[in-house]
Design a protein around this ligand. Structure first.
Ligand code: SAH
Ligand code: SF4
Length: 371
């Protein structure tokens, strides 16, 4: 498109308004000579009415709509494939031009959870994770993070609200390490929780991290969010092997960072979640459980045991369900709140750690699934 000039901006390409939180949206409107309340109006159109067509935003002046159409757009990446599991879980492939990512909707009795991705691929190379095996492609833009929620809301909360439980919770547990895409994830979190945005309580948003310590410290200074930590090992020898990031930030330094975070956090008063993937003969014996309770004795936390989900070319075996129960009971008897995560969407490769962004359906089938 041609370059549009005004006093403050040179627009070479259209600005995607999905990249802006409330503050940035107001700045943008001021910079094009408009009143900042128009920014609030447009956020309501985008996030409350799921409208991306400027012509339909009838409470904005005609001239403003014309101007916005010229210089900006509201674009959420498209869902190009949809797979539905027998347990009701839905996985969408999101079109990012050869660097596709995945988003998963998990319906439960009393809530609907959306699991979103923060990066295409992941650099951290955890041995048990399909995303890690894929390697790193790139960080997602704010519009690509928020866009997953926008599209899923449109599908579930608007179009199919009588069939599906509406999305009530967001977990940043899809592809990628959210704290390595820090600024974009923070802006996306602001849009999620803002009442002009998706208006989701921060208590219903969980950020899961493998434990990037400087970023946890930074997070504690600027935003309170529910935190889940991928611990997955009861000592450094095992964690070094299965999560290479441990060589940089070991268990002891990670636990100290968690304590610092907890001191500042209001919404993690009940403790953070410790995620622990159960890998047969690697970290799943009662010896490991004993080590784990020693590590966590001063950390207010709930332990979430995750049955390991298989993926192509992986070298691990999932722990037997009896072993997982034994492990859980041991922790419970020692006074630790412990749950076992119910795997969801395994038949469509939508469960934790199975996401890899690979298309596996033919075009025709794609059309069948998408409206
Ligand atoms: N990068 C972040 C968030 C994405 S992974 C993190 O690592 O926390 C979300 C969760 O799924 C993490 O706890 C991760 O360790 C776990 N996970 C990864 N691969 C898995 C697999 N194959 N089976 C079960 N859980 C897995
Ligand atoms: Fe990355 Fe998380 Fe997978 Fe590790 S578990 S490779 S941090 S996405």
């Amino acid at each position: 498109m041609k370059i549009i000039q005004n006093d403050n901006f040179n627009f070479r390409e259209k600005i995607n308004l999905l990249n802006f939180d409330r503050h940035q949206m107001r700045n943008f409107f001021c910079s094009i000579g408009e009143k900042s309340f128009c920014a609030d109006q447009i956020m309501i159109w985008i996030y409350h009415h799921f409208c991306c067509d400027f012509d339909k935003m009838t409470n904005l002046k005609k001239n403003l709509r014309k101007k916005l159409k010229k210089i900006s757009t509201i674009f959420a990446p498209k869902f190009i494939q949809e797979k539905v599991s027998i347990d009701g879980t839905i996985k969408w492939m999101v079109d990012l031009n050869n660097q596709n990512i995945e988003t998963v909707y998990i319906p439960e009795k009393n809530r609907g959870t959306l699991c979103i991705s923060s990066q295409s691929g992941c650099i951290l190379n955890c041995q048990f994770c399909a995303t890690g095996h894929q390697g790193f492609n790139r960080n997602l833009l704010v519009s690509e993070i928020v866009g997953q929620i926008w599209r899923a809301y449109k599908k579930i909360n608007i179009l199919k609200k009588n069939i599906f439980h509406p999305i009530t919770n967001i977990v940043i547990m899809g592809m990628g390490e959210p704290l390595l895409n820090f600024n974009n994830v923070i802006t996306a979190l602001r849009i999620m929780s803002d009442n002009l945005g998706f208006n989701i309580s921060k208590r219903k948003i969980v950020l899961s991290t493998s434990g990037i310590i400087p970023a946890i410290d930074k997070l504690s200074k600027i935003m309170d969010v529910k935190l889940a930590i991928s611990l997955h090992a009861s000592n450094n020898t095992i964690r070094n092997k299965i999560m290479p990031i441990n060589k940089k930030y070991n268990i002891e330094s990670l636990l100290s960072a968690i304590l610092r975070f907890l001191k500042k956090s209001k919404i993690n008063k009940d403790g953070i979640t410790i995620e622990y993937v159960m890998l047969k003969n690697i970290n799943d014996t009662l010896y490991h459980a004993q080590q784990l309770i020693k590590l966590l004795r001063y950390i207010p936390s709930k332990i979430n045991l995750i049955p390991w989900n298989n993926f192509l070319n992986s070298n691990f075996t999932a722990s037997d369900s009896n072993q997982i129960k034994k492990f859980a009971n041991f922790l419970i008897n020692k006074g630790f709140v412990t749950t076992i995560r119910k795997p969801r969407g395994q038949d469509i490769q939508a469960a934790c750690g199975q996401l890899n962004g690979n298309l596996s359906y033919s075009i025709n089938k794609k059309k069948m699934f998408l409206k």
